[in-house]
Design a binder for this molecule. Structure first.
Ligand SMILES: [Zn+2]
Length: 276
């Protein structure tokens, strides 16, 4: 009993000391904004400061991010659904336009060994999924091919899915969708037919896994033509999933002109300057 009281009293003392310890740690090793690398200045508004601290984003960058209107988050997966499309109602939730710091963030996540950015981006994707009002049973990332996974060291979609599953308190079933063959990077193809053919039949649910009756939130980093997401969703539906909705960080589709896609490589985008 005495020992319990001593432990409790020590825990209380430690609890009181934590803000001081955290202040000292922040003084010597300040958290920096993942977008600009600057040390975030507190605005004095508790809610905003807490969000910025949680996401490692400064208030200035947060205000400049290319958010889409909530009412425009949901877009059809294939705008030019091809004949006999097996899942014409399949849609994608997208919180950002593909521009500015979001382009840099996605490039850094994908090509510059910056997995920590998934934590920030995943928050906004989870918010989009929550705001959609849909119910989900599990989160599944679009898988990478084994060779690309070996080269990169991580699957950026899986990092985003892990963050989203934590925020939404859903299981992340990373191994429930696999690539059955290697595909070339979709951005290498301009012709829509070749892009579709490149990923056709490239995904499957392994025999030992079951998605029967599940409502799935399918996660990828960026949404362009929708061919990859469409094929991944098709594999889940064929394996018995009750519903599939996708979520990506941004849409590379030209929102102002739904007739086409942005096919440029956005070479004018700022070079990434992300903090470690
Ligand atoms: Zn910043």
């Amino acid at each position: 009993m005495m020992r319990n009281r001593a432990v409790f009293s020590r825990a209380c003392r430690l609890g009181r000391m934590m803000p001081y310890r955290s202040a000292i740690r922040n003084f010597f090793f300040p958290k920096v904004c993942v977008f600009c690398g600057g040390v975030p200045v507190r605005s004095g508004r508790a809610k905003a400061d807490s969000l910025c601290e949680d996401l490692s984003v400064c208030a200035v960058c947060l205000a400049l991010l290319p958010f889409k209107l909530f009412t425009a988050h949901e877009i059809p997966c294939l705008s030019n659904a091809y004949e006999s499309d097996p899942i014409p109602g399949f849609s994608v939730l997208v919180p950002f336009r593909y521009e500015g710091e979001i382009v840099s963030a996605l490039r850094a996540l994908k090509f510059n060994d910056a997995p920590y950015i998934a934590r920030t981006l995943g928050y906004f994707m989870a918010t989009s999924a929550y705001a959609s009002g849909r119910s989900f049973d599990a989160v599944i990332p679009v898988p990478l091919s084994t060779s690309r996974l070996r080269r990169r060291g991580y699957n950026q979609a899986a990092l985003l899915a892990t963050e989203i599953s934590g925020r939404l308190e859903l299981p992340c079933l990373e191994c429930f969708l696999i690539r059955t063959r290697s595909t070339r990077q979709q951005s290498r193809f301009v012709d829509p037919g070749l892009r579709a053919a490149n990923v056709r039949g490239a995904f499957a649910v392994p025999e030992e896994a079951s998605v029967e009756g599940l409502r799935i939130l399918l996660v990828d980093d960026v949404f362009t033509t929708g061919n990859t997401l469409h094929e991944a969703a098709l594999a889940l539906f064929r394996a018995g999933a009750a519903d599939v909705t996708a979520v990506t960080t941004a849409s590379g589709r030209d929102d102002d002109n739904e007739k086409g896609f942005m096919t440029s490589d956005l070479s004018g985008a700022k070079k990434h300057r992300f903090a470690r």
